[in-house]
Design a protein around this ligand. Structure first.
Ligand SMILES: C[S@@+](CC[C@H](N)C(=O)[O-])C[C@H]1O[C@@H](n2cnc3c(N)ncnc32)[C@H](O)[C@@H]1O
Length: 497
């Protein structure tokens, strides 16, 4: 397969392995709402932040939307968009590798760009995600009306490159459907008590195939003959149960019936009517009183994307968060989310925006999804590195963080929950244990970190192979074999990912 090359690509390909593995530190003052909420807002460079998420969320994220700097060669207030071409490619390569690792097998990634880097990004993603997993490009119509650019033609659209982790038909069996485009919501503007959307369509029409002429009694006793496709009894039943109505328009009776919104129309590749740059600017002004961002995205665009590939409770990720649109929309749609933003606006805009959402903010898609408020999010910053420059474990690392790291290193799956004993879990018949920093109750740093007969007795039992991490073992090889134990020594056998 032909692949893309650029200056210093070799270095970009090696970047992920070299990125320090940091812990995420919660910041209570900037977090808000339900303390049990898993939603994360992380301030920091997304390369390090994504790496720190791997042990916790690898293979778990259902939908990734990113809207990275477009490389438009103009100075932006919030980030340096003037990265030269190679630097831009080197910025994206390792981040996309990590994003791919975080995606679930049926997960989908959407990358929003303009013509500056779109084609290069597509070829790079062929290499990282596999060409067969390319689902296509969506074209987002980002403005309406006749703006004039100083280019050969006025640019009305962005590209959204769409890849999945595994395009296997069994994993993605159905077509993607959308139901809530602006156009649809405008047309199906009435709502039943159970929330189903519909509009009133007239029953009498010219040009029907096989029309049925029926005579009806109007509420005031007038008679009306209509050219319908429904039989008299269906119309009379409908009139009784509210599916058909009589309405006097300009002195004449008309008969209407309800037409319900279909489960969804198949997604068209051109996303028109899901909000524009102008809609997004208006949303920002409503939220913040001004719009300090250059290219925020409208909530309706994110709603369309998230609705396509996720269900309530699924995990959504945006690692170039900007003003926080993806998280705000995911929150209102009942999805879990992780947002990463390195700028100070993570504190000044993203966190306040999400607080407003928790408090029931009514802009953007709130009315369409009947958003009433609730939930919460936790704010994080990047903390200490797990390993020092010589590869030794940082002595201040706690049991939970090291446990998550070792479990992921051994099994390539994230640890479900923080273990409350040295047993981290059992996978495919093998049990994994970690003896570290007093987990056995001895709070002295080294207490219980050595595998002895007494320590083995106190461990949760497992009938099968055991992998035990500890500082040292008092057992010889014969005893280890007899007990079915593979002993691994901290810190030497613990590797950075
Ligand atoms: C075009 S904006 C995203 C706009 C966003 N979709 C919205 O609706 O507001 C790109 C954002 O990515 C952030 N960014 C750029 N490089 C980053 C990095 N290495 N790590 C984290 N954030 C980064 C910038 O600070 C900027 O806020």
């Amino acid at each position: 397969m032909p692949i893309l090359d650029w200056l210093n690509k070799n270095e970009a390909v090696r970047t992920v392995a070299k990125v320090p593995y940091r812990l995420l530190e919660p910041v209570a003052d900037l977090s808000y709402g339900d303390p049990a909420s898993e939603n994360m807002l992380i301030q920091g460079d997304n390369l390090e932040a994504l790496k720190s998420l791997i042990p916790l969320y690898a293979g778990r994220v259902k939908c990734i939307y990113i809207d990275p700097p477009y490389n438009t060669k103009s100075a932006f207030e919030h980030y340096d968009d003037n990265l030269e071409h190679s630097k831009w490619l080197s910025l994206m390569y390792p981040r996309l590798e990590l994003l791919r690792e975080l995606l679930s097998e049926d997960g989908v990634i959407f990358v929003n760009l303009d013509e500056n880097e779109h084609s290069y990004q597509k070829v790079m993603m062929d290499e990282i995600f596999g060409r067969k997993n390319y689902l296509g490009d969506l074209i987002w119509k980002k403005r309406k009306g006749g703006g004039n650019d100083s280019r050969f033609f006025a640019l009305d659209h962005d590209y959204i490159i769409v890849f999945t982790k595994n395009a296997n038909k069994e994993i993605h069996p159905a077509k993607w459907r959308v139901s809530q485009t602006e156009e649809y919501l405008k047309r199906y503007k009435e709502k039943d008590e159970d929330g189903r959307r519909y509009y009133w369509d007239t029953l009498a029409r010219d040009g029907l195939q096989n029309p049925i002429l029926i005579e009806l009694d109007c509420p005031d006793g007038d008679k009306i003959t209509i050219n319908s496709q429904k039989s008299l009894s269906t119309v009379l039943d409908g009139s009784k149960n509210g599916e058909v109505r009589f309405k006097k328009i300009k002195g004449k009776w008309a008969v209407h019936h309800k037409v319900y919104m279909p489960a969804g129309q198949v997604l068209r590749s051109v996303l028109d009517g899901v909000g524009t740059n102008k809609t997004a600017n208006d949303e920002q002004e409503l939220l913040f009183g001004d719009n300090p961002f250059d290219y925020p995205k409208p909530e309706n665009l994110l709603q369309t994307i998230i609705e396509l590939v996720t269900k309530p409770g699924d995990l959504v990720l945006d690692s170039f968060l900007g003003s926080g649109t993806t998280c705000a929309v995911a929150h209102k749609m009942g999805r879990r989310y992780i947002g990463i933003e390195m700028g100070e606006h993570a504190v000044t805009h993203c966190a306040p925006r999400l607080k407003k959402v928790v408090d029931g903010e009514q802009g953007g898609i709130s009315e369409a999804v009947n958003w009433q408020g609730g939930g919460g999010f936790r704010f994080y910053r990047l903390g200490e590195t797990v390993f020092d420059e010589n590869g030794n474990i940082n002595p201040s690392i706690g049991f939970g963080a090291l446990a998550a790291h070792i479990w992921f290193m051994e099994t390539r799956t994230p640890l479900e929950k923080k273990p409350d004993s040295p047993l981290l879990g059992v996978l495919r018949g093998t049990a994994y244990y970690l003896l570290y920093n007093g987990i056995l109750g001895d709070r002295r740093p080294k207490g219980g970190n050595v595998l002895t007969g007494a320590v083995l007795e106190s461990l949760p039992p497992h009938n099968g192979p055991k992998i035990i991490y500890g500082e040292a073992t008092r057992f010889g090889q014969a005893r280890l074999e007899a007990e079915g134990i593979t002993f691994k020594q901290t810190p030497y056998d613990v590797r950075a990912l």
